[in-house]
Design a protein around this ligand. Sequence first.
Ligand code: ADP
Ligand code: F6P
Length: 457
Amino acid sequence: MSRLVVVSNRLADPRKTASGGLAVALGQALQASGGLWFGWSGKVVEDGTPGEGDVHLQTAGPVQLATVDLSREDHDSYYLGYSNGVLWPVFHYRLDLADFDAGFIGGYRRVNQMFAHKLAALLRPDDVIWVHDYHLIPLAAELRNMGCQQRMGFFLHIPLPPPLILAAVPEHEWLMRSLFAYDLVGFQSEADVAHFSRYVGTETSADILGEHEFRAFGKTLQVQAFPIGIDVDEFTALGRGQEAIDMYEQMRDEYSRRRLLLGVERMDYSKGLPQRIKAFRQLLQNYPENLGSATLIQIAAPSRESVDAYAALRQELESLCGSVNGDFGELDWMPVRYIHRSVARKRLPGLYRAASVALVTPLRDGMNLVAKEFIAAQDPEDPGVLVLSRFAGAAEQMRDALLVNPYDTTRTAETMQRALQMPLEERQRRHRALLQQIREQDVHWWRQRFLNALNAV
Ligand code: ADP
Ligand code: F6P
């Protein structure tokens, strides 16, 4: 059997807590199949030489980890600069936040070339290579330049925007052309596939051979949607663990006279945090029966803090939470509990279960795994309600959630109220349908479907 080689910028020790959909999902997928996981070590060498970095080899269960350090210059131009200062905002439709500094592209190319060199030295001829996310779009093209002929697939964890937004990236043609070095490209949703197809149709002279097949630059490429899932069984088992139970009981006792609404994510402008706090304010204003009772627990884990837009978001969020608490709080009730830290993964299911309502309201999101984890953690007899943004990839699958437009503050507040008031029978029915959906299309289904498609190319 061929060995699976996974390449991603961010790695996680599969046995430890990770905040970020990619690390969580890949950790679980690789635990199942074994293989090699290659990427950045997470270490920045202050006086390191750009384009160079030591490789560290480690074993974690059935997975061999190979990680590379980045010099300060590479980290700042490839990771902070091009990946998170250009591609991330543009792919999340935020042209206003993109910093098209011409210097960043040099670092992005250099690190992709360096990764290709280091990885090529570890490859076997019959390896199957699966590259992940926007940090590494040109990796296959670099590997092909070096003569690597292995099967190569690419999966984009974030959305692909419509052609006219993508075209704002000065290097868009080069990026999209680089995708044709892969044999298979996967996106999270049908909307992303449609954007790819429209881009290829309008911006290139490619032939569209079929719904999923494109020919350009002398290469045929398969493109398909593979919505990522979670490991439902693993997450349910985590919920039966002592740490999750302790968490649940602690929350239940502390908030026995309250109704909990919960938000959990990285502190990221794509997640719609200010809009959510504004909608929660309207909930308190428009439905005063919630005063003294409804409590929003907002966990926002630190992320990419040296990118300006993230620092600005933190300030805005802190000020919004402070003003809701100042305007509505009582000596014995604070409407918003805002925590700028991550929660240990083992405790997370207990927190989800204690909540009556989950607020997963990104302005744009590739998929959003928190929505799926929330459903997996619920008590089927007395489940909480999922309020989900129609702009999350998950909304294509999770039709039984209460779907909202997070830009529409008044209706989002109305939907929060509807969620808090929802009769038990309706909650159970919606939860049953959602649970079945996330079970059918879980992380194993995602991995298997992608790899089957890659092997079939
Ligand atoms: P993204 O990939 O943009 O971070 P996802 O919702 O797809 O968003 O994935 C986030 C993953 O990271 C989930 O598995 C979630 O449980 C975890 N996570 C996110 N924020 C936190 C947090 N504050 N504390 C603990 N885990 C978190
Ligand atoms: O899932 C999207 C994603 O950007 C991953 O690629 C990334 O690992 C995760 O979010 C967390 O972001 P970061 O790796 O920048 O901390």
